[in-house]
Design a protein around this ligand. Sequence first.
Ligand SMILES: CC(C)(COP(=O)(O)OP(=O)(O)OC[C@H]1O[C@@H](n2cnc3c(N)ncnc32)[C@H](O)[C@@H]1OP(=O)(O)O)[C@@H](O)C(=O)NCCC(=O)NCCS
Length: 178
Amino acid sequence: MSKTTQPGAASKRRTKAIAPAPPAVAPARARAALSIRAVRHEDLDAVIEMDAMVTGIHKRDYWNSLYRRYAEAVATGHHFLVATADDEVIGFVIGEVRDWEFGSQPCGWVFAIDVRPDARLMGAATQLLQGICQRFRRAGVSKVRTLLARENTLILSFFRSQGMMISPFIPLEMDLEQ
Ligand SMILES: CC(C)(COP(=O)(O)OP(=O)(O)OC[C@H]1O[C@@H](n2cnc3c(N)ncnc32)[C@H](O)[C@@H]1OP(=O)(O)O)[C@@H](O)C(=O)NCCC(=O)NCCS
């Protein structure tokens, strides 16, 4: 026997008070004025902590070396920026201008972008990307590229939201035999 709907049921459903939609996921940290600036040496602890939250590994030597290569080499197109809220570092972005690599015109590359889990969804990564793109433009390049892990849909959603599209390049790799 097919199921039928009672005559009054649909209209009852239509007139039933609709519960207000739950608020959009609010960041744990209250929205504070964000600012973007070049990294300073005293920011490194916060950056290392943030990276460890995402990757589970504290890599102090790696970050010290990145700091030397990027923070101290702005003149050569290397950029290491942080986002701060209430004077606290809540995110970072690292990238550089590469000349004629893979046969392409000089372009900006973004290698890493990260925002503290409790400070996400308040525009920090957007501002970090805008900050580094602004520096790339000043260096005379008109294209920005990045590379991401296929399964990292979070970072893919972020870059797509910023207007990034599949590039004409494809990454290739192979195992090196001992
Ligand atoms: C990806 C990441 C950098 C985004 O930082 P964020 O400060 O939260 O990003 P924003 O607030 O600027 O978000 C901009 C847009 O990105 C997209 N986005 C961000 N987080 C998202 C999520 N969880 N789900 C879907 N889309 C998302 C949305 O389109 C968002 O715009 P909207 O808020 O208007 O919808 C942050 O989630 C992060 O650090 N993730 C882990 C780091 C990582 O995997 N890095 C890769 C190694 S480089």
